[in-house]
Design a protein. Structure first.
Lengths: 195, 594
């Protein structure tokens, strides 16, 4: 038996706003009257480390999505998409920001950063992959900081929550003076996956 | 009303709903957001909220609060309870007046900790009840319940959320927050119960033991223990593992008997029912086999034939955290059903690691660089608990054990006969928490070494909490601002210097002087945390690399995440303008962006 309506795994680098996305989804779910469970990375890993956040919609059990169970994998950073790719379920959707954040292990010459195709190809073997340069799109909306909201806009097409509620939750969650930029980022992100 | 709450925020809410009037804690992941939340809203309620100097202080303050008739809570991470263990163990004898709850947040898998000790063992050790919530809702409801339990039996009560409860978020049904007065009637003199003279302690120990049966009887019928007897195969699971087990059984469409445990002492009558009803049972819990041992004892008496699967049989991992997949597969294996093995993605193993790193422009990095220049690579660098431990790649972190141990272990290494230079590194908050006694000890016993206090003027790792060096309390009130220099001198250090780590030359010479000082020297390297400064509205200048760069990589060795390298160096937008790389570059190829 399925025990969650929609399982989402959000990954990225500490500081990219992974938690904010999950917070907005959770608030929107609450407005929709859907039970929601989420697990966050706090503490040490937040210092520029790799972070993973689980969000489960229509679920009353544990907060973590099992490996191979994510209906949607939302990656704010491409290498992180591959690192956590094993969470994506067969036939699931992977939304991937293609703009890398280079880890110090690469700068220091100890490791090689994979080509974008090396990242996307294995994911394509599992589900539907939708790459986008969310950082560049966010710049068009007015701030590269809003890349997470671009991705949220794209995600909104696949979530079982009415868009109006997601937008309401977005407005509840970001400071007033950034609302316009964020709404624009959201729209551009949504448009990116429409075609 | 429902709200979408972080587990720790739900606990804070429970503290308010219970009418508590005093909350004290020391920051530690995954517990910090409880006091963070309360301190932000304290002014609206009759509640004293404080960041204490350490967990022992926090617990003792909470004990005083309870003895003054005010419902009180102390919060900490699991290893914080070690620091507070001295008051904790005897408190169980003396008991409480108004309800006293100790939140000790466990961290299975060591997400942000140096060990994964199990607070339930402390509960057994001290004969104190412990509640083990499975999710934020339970965490809140148990918090409210814990205060009443504490009062009914005059014992402190432990609440033991784990990382996956404290840092989980879910929709939580809220209760009422009572209005008005929260502080109690004041301290009532009762030496027979408040003074732990042997004559009292002997009696109180017996009383504590006698209470256990009644405590267990009440907990047996508490809503946190749920028993569903079905088939003759069963699962007994505790805390969040109970939630995993329930979901796994739903996933597998398996009709097993299930006992979910949320309290300690564990409900032994319910356990007995399962043991008698089943021929095979799997015990699922994180960390210590607390329930498993109890099931073994009960089975010996009631059903010696019972097959018990769990940690001892190797079916459930003894260390680390559990998750749905692990639990589901364990149950599936027991039932002879097929298990799910997640597929490995080709290429995933070669994804470059992304360990946490010191922030761009962090003063610790600069301090480490200067320290290493002055002390050299053969020196011994004892380290401590805080952001600065992340600087391990700089070669200045040789040890890390527990709060404050950098200084004392350094002393020990010296007296153990090692004559190499020793530089102990400790942060400001950690120094005030547990480093001062070590420094005093080092001075008194004539230890010859250097202590570097890396002062970023906050408790950064856990979310930037204030401490006595910042001059502000948890609730933002102005308070005494103690001087680390004065403390270091007062504790007996013969040479104390304060430096700005962003001035490399000065910093290196300060560390060199400290190294050459024939006694105990202290260098305070002072640079406020970059994240904190940014939050306060500081705007950073940025640096860039010019065409003069010859690609020598000397700046890259500095390990700043803002410096990239591809034949030549480049600085990305993460730069916070500390300017240290510009001082390192031998070609003067790094300059301020105009
Ligand atoms: S000035 Fe140099 S070392 Fe400092 S933050 Fe910028 S790039 Fe990093
Ligand atoms: S230290 Fe200076 S010359 Fe050497 S790589 Fe860095 S910027 Fe270039």
């Amino acid at each position: 038996m399925r025990t969650s309506k929609c399982d989402i795994v959000i990954v990225g680098v500490g500081g990219q706003g992974v938690i904010l996305i999950s917070e907005i989804i959770g608030r929107a779910a609450l407005k929709a009257g859907i039970h929601v469970r989420a697990a966050e990375t706090h503490g040490m890993a937040q210092r520029g480390g790799s972070v993973i956040n689980h969000t489960r919609l229509g679920c009353i059990y544990g907060p973590m999505v099992p490996e191979g169970g994510a209906d949607i994998l939302l990656a704010l950073e491409p290498a992180e998409a591959l690192r956590y790719g094993r969470y994506l379920s067969r036939g699931g959707v992977a939304l991937v920001n293609t703009k890398p954040v280079i880890p110090t292990t690469v700068t220091a010459g100890q490791f090689r950063y994979p080509e974008i195709e090396e990242i996307l190809a294995p994911l394509r073997g599992i589900g539907r992959v939708l790459p986008m340069n969310a950082t560049e799109i966010a710049e068009r909306a007015g701030s590269s900081q809003a890349a997470n909201i671009v991705m949220l806009g794209a995600l909104s097409r696949f979530m079982p929550i009415e868009e109006a509620l997601v937008l309401e939750a977005l407005m509840d969650s970001v400071p007033r003076r950034y609302i316009d930029v964020n709404l624009k980022a959201f729209e551009l992100g949504k448009a990116e996956v429409s075609g | 009303m429902r709200e979408y709450l972080l587990g720790n925020v739900a606990i804070a809410r429970g503290i308010l709903e219970a009418g508590a009037g005093l909350a004290a804690g020391y920051p530690g992941t995954p517990s910090s957001e409880i006091i963070d939340t309360l301190s932000g809203i304290a002014s609206g309620y009759d509640i004293h909220v404080e960041w204490s100097v350490n967990e022992k202080a926090a617990l003792e303050v909470a004990i005083g609060g309870s003895w003054a008739g005010t419902r009180s809570v102390a919060t900490m991470k699991h290893v914080g309870l070690n620091v507070a263990a001295d008051p904790f163990m005897t408190l169980a004898y003396l008991g409480v007046d108004a309800g006293l709850v100790i939140v000790s947040a466990d961290d299975p898998y060591c997400h942000s900790s140096q060990n994964e000790q199990d607070t339930r063992r402390y509960a057994q050790f001290a004969s104190v009840p412990c509640l083990d919530p499975a999710d934020p809702q339970e965490a809140k409801d148990m918090t409210v319940y814990a205060f009443g339990l504490s009062e009914r039996f005059s014992v402190p009560v432990l609440l033991r959320p784990t990382t996956r409860v404290s840092h989980a978020r879910s929709d939580v049904e809220l209760g009422e927050i009572p209005e008005g007065r929260r502080r109690g009637r004041g301290f009532r003199k009762d030496p027979a119960r408040r003074v732990s003279l042997p004559v009292n302690a002997r009696r109180l120990h017996r009383e504590l033991i006698d209470k256990q049966r009644d405590i267990e009887r009440e907990l047996e019928s508490a809503p946190w223990n749920r028993l569903l007897l079905k088939g003759d195969v069963g699962v007994i699971a505790s805390g969040i593992a109970g939630l995993y087990a329930e979901e796994a059984l739903a996933n597998l469409d398996a009709d097993l008997s299930l006992l979910r445990i949320g309290t300690y002492p564990a409900p032994s009558r319910m356990i007995e029912e399962v043991v008698k009803h089943t021929s095979r049972v799997m015990v699922i819990e994180e960390l210590e086999p607390v329930v498993e041992e109890l099931v073994e004892i009960v089975a010996k008496r009631c059903n010696p034939e019972l097959e018990i699967l769990g940690k001892r049989s190797g079916d459930i991992p003894r260390a680390g955290e559990l998750d749905l997949l692990t639990v589901r597969n364990a149950i599936a294996r027991m039932l002879g059903m097929s298990v799910t093995v997640p597929e490995d993605l080709p290429g995933a193993e070669s994804v470059p690691p992304r360990p946490p790193s010191l922030c761009p422009g962090c003063g610790h990095r600069a301090a480490y660089y200067a320290m290493r220049k002055a002390f050299g690579k053969d020196a011994i660098y004892t380290n401590d608990i805080g952001c600065y431990t992340i600087g391990i790649s700089m070669g200045t972190v040789d040890t890390c054990l527990c709060m404050g141990a950098s200084i004392t272990i350094g002393s020990g290494i010296r007296f153990g006969g090692d004559e190499r230079p020793i530089c102990c590194c400790i942060g400001d908050s950690t120094f005030l928490h547990a480093g001062m006694t070590g420094l005093l000890n080092a001075a008194y016993n004539k230890s010859r070494m250097t202590v570097a206090i890396l002062d970023n003027s906050t408790t950064a790792m856990t979310g930037h909490q204030p401490h006595p060096g910042t001059g502000f309390t948890a609730t933002g009130e102005e308070s005494v601002r103690i001087s680390l220099e004065e403390i270091a001198k007062a504790l007996g250090s013969g040479h104390v210097e304060c430096v700005d780590p962003y001035n490399l030359e000065e910093s290196i010479s300060a560390f060199t002087r400290a190294r050459d000082f024939p006694g105990l020297s202290v260098v305070i390297s002072r640079a406020p945390c970059r994240i904190l400064l940014r939050r306060k509205g500081e705007r950073y200048i940025r640096y860039r690399v010019t065409d003069e760069c010859v690609g020598c990589r000397q700046c890259v060795e500095f390990n700043c995440p803002a410096i990239e390298f591809d034949e030549k160096a480049a600085i990305n937008q993460l730069c916070t303008g500390c300017g240290v790389c510009a001082q390192i570059c031998p070609k003067d190829a790094i300059e301020v962006v105009k």
